[in-house]
Design a protein around this ligand. Structure first.
Ligand code: SF4
Length: 273
């Protein structure tokens, strides 16, 4: 598979790209509190669900969506608690069921979106994606950006054709919004990698009124200044990781238009969704 050169990548990233990829979670000898046991087993990628067709998840393409189990963040507003809280995990779907489906849909679907949970935590994500691409599908990865080493590998080795990265908050609020101790330097590295990747990408932020204000959105805009596409996602309180968040709200259309106008000069395409 062709490798991709990252435009303008500095020494830190070059090291990151040439260093053999290690899966940090698998290398931990003792399980830190709060992380699910399954992340310590070198087993197959854990798939919690398959959505057979989507017209909106991969811009301009017809895609299937694969949902991976497990996430290292705990965003209270998360609308996929069954993929984040190990107590809610269903038995994973067999890979052969997924590949059997993809095989039958060749020529009808263009792409596969791998989302979560957090896909980059999965120990054998890359062999899985290779197999998907060998079937002729484009691949989109949705990520929270916590593992820049894995993103670098995906980009350089051409395992992803589109990357969508969540920006949870301005850096100083990351740990609060994700309810996780986050090393924000890793988030910055991921933003830089995605922006310099040369592959289609987007950043997106879920807007919960009590968590992010207009100034926060401006700061996020600064972090990703010059990117092509930024999606302001309305929070929909239908299902949440934290039950308290069912009472929370998002911004109305005119407020969102004000945020968009603020960002328009630095980002080509600001989308409200
Ligand atoms: S919103 Fe995304 S990053 Fe946050 S807990 Fe849910 S899956 Fe993880």
């Amino acid at each position: 598979m062709a490798t991709r050169r990252l435009a303008g990548v500095g020494e830190t990233h070059r090291n990151e790209l040439t260093r053999p990829v290690r899966f940090p979670i698998l290398s931990v000898k003792k399980k830190p509190p709060g992380l699910p046991v399954f992340l310590y087993s070198p087993l197959t990628m854990k798939i919690g669900g398959l959505h057979k067709v989507s017209l909106i998840d991969y811009p301009g393409k017809i895609s299937a969506i694969i949902f991976t189990q497990g996430c290292n963040f705990r965003c209270a507003y998360c609308h996929n608690p069954e993929l984040v809280d190990p107590k809610l995990f269903e038995p994973p779907m067999p890979h052969e069921e997924i590949f059997g489906f993809l095989n039958k849909r060749r020529g009808k679907l263009d792409a596969v979106v791998v989302t979560g949970g957090e896909p980059t935590l999965q120990p054998n994500l890359i062999p899985f994606l290779k197999r998907v691409k060998e079937m002729g599908y484009l691949v989109k990865i949705d990520t929270n950006g916590a593992l820049p080493e894995i993103l670098a590998n995906l980009i350089v080795h051409g395992h992803a054709d589109y990357i969508a990265m969540d920006i949870k908050a301005p850096l100083e609020k990351y740990s609060r919004v994700t309810r996780t101790e986050v090393d924000v330097e890793r988030i910055k590295r991921s933003i830089d990698l995605v922006m310099r990747s040369g592959i289609p990408c987007e950043f997106r932020t879920t807007l919960v009124k009590s968590l992010l204000d207009q100034e926060d959105i401006r700061k996020i805009g600064e972090l990703i200044k010059g990117t092509r596409r930024f999606v302001l996602q309305k929070f929909v309180p239908s299902k949440t990781l934290s039950a308290d968040f069912l009472k929370e709200s998002t911004y109305n259309e005119s407020e969102l238009e004000v945020f968009k106008k603020d960002l328009d000069s630095d980002i080509e395409d600001v989308v409200i969704r």
